[in-house]
Design a protein around this ligand. Structure first.
Ligand SMILES: [Zn+2]
Length: 314
């Protein structure tokens, strides 16, 4: 199942189909016949993204950039294969992420050690290396132009140390990857989107993340384009919610550190916190359904929190 939606300002969200509908987004930017993708999902998304291009009447040669917010596989897994299909494109990635795109083996093996090789094949397909000569390392302040439309890359550590966000002056929007958390559409209420922190392993750093959020807010964005899932407005309210929830999550996790049953308590606690935030937000879905929608996030967030606690102690 695939879907795409026009968000205005030459921006289209394409559902990569990863996990479930409306979970994992790729954004296609089109300016005067030139195109860029921000995040691409897994290798299974490649035909969907190519179809979205064709729907815009664009040839593969029209794509100038594939921009990755970071190299986690739900954002970057399909990048190598996309680059094979897009002869003129350059891959824009954080300097700390570039080597993982040239040699994705470590990225793959790291995840395969946790999930197993067979599950990895089923969920992510595969990962293809990218020619170093086609990679542009985007340090903080790096400015791209898509047919004259400026796109500013910002170093935004916290979710991962190799995370960048893209400020798009034309839409007054930020392509935020996972820095601005996740906001699944099913969980929205009359207040708007429910935003939850994304503390995925293995480089979660809460202080850096809070600073990165402040940095994004300095631009006074009108909208934010999340990878999970796509456009949200009401940015100030959401940022407040997100920063408060991050602080609460971190305080809770510190309180559990050092306990022998930390692992279980963190999972149960993060689940309870998420359910409470959904309830307070006015999410309409019954709690078991909310828990189901957030089950992968709860597990990954707990793993990321544990990795951070262990690093923090050293
Ligand atoms: Zn993600």
């Amino acid at each position: 199942m695939s879907d795409s939606e026009d968000l205005g300002h030459g921006i289209t969200v394409v559902d990569t189909g990863f996990q479930r509908p409306l979970f994992d987004a790729s954004h296609l930017l089109v300016q005067d016949g030139r195109a860029a993708f921000v995040d691409v999902g897994t290798s299974f998304a490649v035909p969907l993204l190519m179809a979205a291009l064709e729907q815009h009447g664009l040839a593969p040669e029209a794509v100038e950039y594939v921009i990755l917010t970071h190299v986690h596989l739900d954002h970057a897994g399909g990048a190598g294969e996309m680059m094979q299909r897009l002869p003129r494109a350059r891959l824009v990635v954080h300097p700390r992420g570039a080597r993982h795109m040239v040699d994705p083996r470590r990225l793959w093996d790291g995840a395969a050690a946790v999930y197993g090789e067979e599950a990895m094949r089923r969920v992510y397909g595969g990962v293809v290396p990218v020619e170093p000569s086609r990679i542009v390392e985007a340090a903080d302040g790096f400015r791209l132009e898509l047919a004259g439309r400026p796109l500013l890359c910002l170093d935004t550590p916290g979710h991962a140390r190799h995370h960048l966000c893209v400020w798009d002056e034309a839409s007054r929007g930020v392509f935020a990857g996972d820095t601005f958390g996740v906001a699944y559409r099913e969980l929205a209420s009359e207040r708007g989107a429910l935003v939850l922190p994304a503390t995925t392993p293995v480089q979660f750093e809460p202080e850096a993340l809070q600073r990165s959020l402040d940095r994004l807010l300095d631009f006074a964005p009108r909208v934010v384009y999340l990878t999970h899932y796509s456009q949200v407005s009401d940015v100030g309210r959401m940022a407040g919610d997100l920063q408060r929830r991050l602080a609460e999550l971190v305080a809770f996790a510190r309180g559990e550190d050092g306990r022998p049953d930390r692992r279980l308590r963190l999972r149960a606690g993060i689940r309870e916190l998420s359910l409470r935030w959904a309830r307070e937000h006015g999410t309409r879905l019954p709690a078991p359904r909310v828990a189901e929608l957030l089950s992968v996030d709860v597990e990954l967030n707990a793993q990321g929190i544990e990795a951070w606690l262990d690093r923090d102690r050293r």
